[in-house]
Design a protein around this ligand. Structure first.
Ligand code: CO8
Length: 258
């Protein structure tokens, strides 16, 4: 399917989705978020795709929700249209692993979009922020909740209340991103990570994603029970037999997602 605001490239079992509104620093408008969700859902059911990468440009992953689209809206319009609610749910329903490869600005909804992915690889020029306070509003796509879980209350409050940006080094120190790489190497590094994931059993990788996500939704006792149930259930798969046999036979496993 042809898209207006994103570019989708599927190769080597990876769907690379590039946000593509360069004139607006990839600001997230309704068209972009709808197209992104459609592309993600297509990738999720495409047997050729085993991992997804979302990226932007070297200057901006995304500089936030599109302010020009929101500027004239009233409370009633935002409330009754359930602005971006459906897109948020559609995104959270994707089963396959999603990596955010972030260079440049990841601000407001852009920072929130990166945090909705399963982990973030940052370029050394990345800047994260929740500057909505400067616009007289607050984060609305999960920033107050997810950023607080990633970096803790002190830094989250600091960022939401002052609107200051966090650079890549601080983001790594604070647990917001998993690794920082030179900007020119960002896509290669994200692709290499995606290829590693794509080599695994998709049943196991989607189970791992689901179990880690559960840690944010439940008590430790319930999370441990959920993990145990998933772990045991993987012993009904051919991939478990193959993975363990391959280890014993000192060879590479050939996973078939069965
Ligand atoms: N929305 C719309 N257009 C944008 C946005 C944006 N968020 N960010 C940048 N642009 C546009 C600029 O208007 C400009 O367009 P033009 O050339 O036509 O004037 C172009 O992109 C380039 O931007 P700048 O000239 O400003 O570039 P600079 O390099 O000088 O500055 C910055 C870069 C610092 C990133 C600056 O553009 C900026 O501060 N942008 C806004 C950042 C921001 O406030 N983001 C938060 C937006 S609100 C939000 O994300 C809420 C999310 C929750 C929604 C949930 C709904 C339920």
């Amino acid at each position: 399917m042809a898209f207006e605001t994103i570019i989708v490239d599927i190769a080597d079992n990876i769907a690379m989705i590039t946000l593509n509104r360069p004139d607006a620093l990839n600001a997230l408008n309704s068209t972009l978020l709808t197209e992104l969700c459609t592309a993600l859902e297509e990738a999720d059911v495409n047997e050729k795709v085993r991992c997804i990468v979302i990226t932007g440009s070297e200057k901006a992953f995304a500089a936030g929700a599109d302010i020009s689209e929101m500027a004239d809206k009233s409370f009633v319009e935002m409330y009754t249209s359930r602005f971006f609610e459906a897109e948020s749910t559609r995104f959270n329903n994707i089963r396959k692993p999603i990596i955010a490869a972030v260079a440049g600005y990841a601000l407001g909804g852009g920072c929130e979009l990166a945090m909705m992915c399963d982990f973030i690889i940052a370029a050394d020029n990345a800047k994260f922020g929740q500057p909505e306070i400067n616009l007289g509003v607050i984060a609305g796509l999960g920033g107050t909740q997810r950023l607080t879980r990633f970096v803790g209350k002190a830094k989250s409050m600091d960022m939401h209340l002052t609107g200051r940006f966090m650079d890549a080094d601080e983001a790594e120190r604070s647990g917001l991103v998993s690794r920082v790489v030179p900007v020119k190497k960002l896509l290669a590094e994200a692709k290499a990570a995606a290829e590693k994931i794509a080599e695994k059993s998709l049943i196991a990788s989607t189970a791992a994603k689901s179990a880690v996500d559960r840690a944010y939704e439940t008590t430790l006792a319930e999370g441990l029970q959920y993990e145990r149930t998933l772990f045991n259930s993987l012993f009904s798969t051919e991939d478990q037999s193959e993975g363990m046999a391959a280890f014993m036979e000192k060879r590479e496993a050939q996973f078939r997602d069965r």
